[in-house]
Write a protein that binds this ligand. Sequence first.
Ligand code: CP
Length: 307
Amino acid sequence: MLKAKHLLDPMDFTLDELEETFQLADHIISNPQKFSHVCEGKILATLFYEPSTRTRLSFEAAMLRLGGNVIGFSEPNSSSVSKGESIADTIRTVACYADIAVIRHPKEGAPKIAAMNTTMPVINAGDGGHQHPTQTLTDLLTIRNIKGGLSNLTIGVCGDLKFGRTVHSLIKAMCRYENIKFVLISPEELKVPNYILSEVLKKNNIEYKETVTMEEVLGELDVLYMTRVQRERFFNEEDYVRLKDSYILDKDKLKYAKEDMIVLHPLPRVNEIAYEVDNDPRACYFKQAQYGMYVRMALISKLLGVR
Ligand code: CP
């Protein structure tokens, strides 16, 4: 059983609870039939105030594969949000219809407000530039299963480290494992926020370095986590255009990397990984998207307490 009722932040689960969730995901991967009815009669609500492909569809697929049903909106203008309804009232209403809710919202903290207004489990599917804990479950399961564990790794995170919520959640979560080093690769304007450096990396004595150049550090990495520049969080288009192609991973650059380094990306990608990289055995981002569905199946089962 999980102690947490909701998943709002990657730190809501203990290391043991995370490992139990990953073991359940592995079990589901090997025995999908055994789980195809465990959520019969249960309803998942997906409340997406921002666009999504992977998170929303993998949650919906996860619930359907567990035998449950799905309701929700993917466009806030098609709901009463467009008439000015608050998050608190929306979630109280949805709790009359559903057993568990997944919320993506442009405002940091919105899923937490929702969780404070219901006893139904609430899952943060991304809140502004803050956190994306289910992407982190996905990333951790991918690294654990492909690299054989979550300790003794040098992880490069590259791109928009300022607005990239997946990076913030990943750094927070990985700091709890042993002998983790981070290499933070970004333009000056898109560096990791200071609170991540001081409250997460320095506080936990995690070795890290910041650099602007990808090529000079590629050879040190066990995992390269690429991210896109988050156009929707920029205040002006000029800055976005200037920074959007800061890093493009291609075959030539991969020559600097270890043979067993893995390339991850939460997706969607724009230009930051050339399509020619997709055929390289180190490219694991579509496998990662698939793990996302299985870990969400495990998460839904655990939060609903189904057997
Ligand atoms: N990784 C991720 O959150 O993708 P979507 O925005 O498509 O959900």
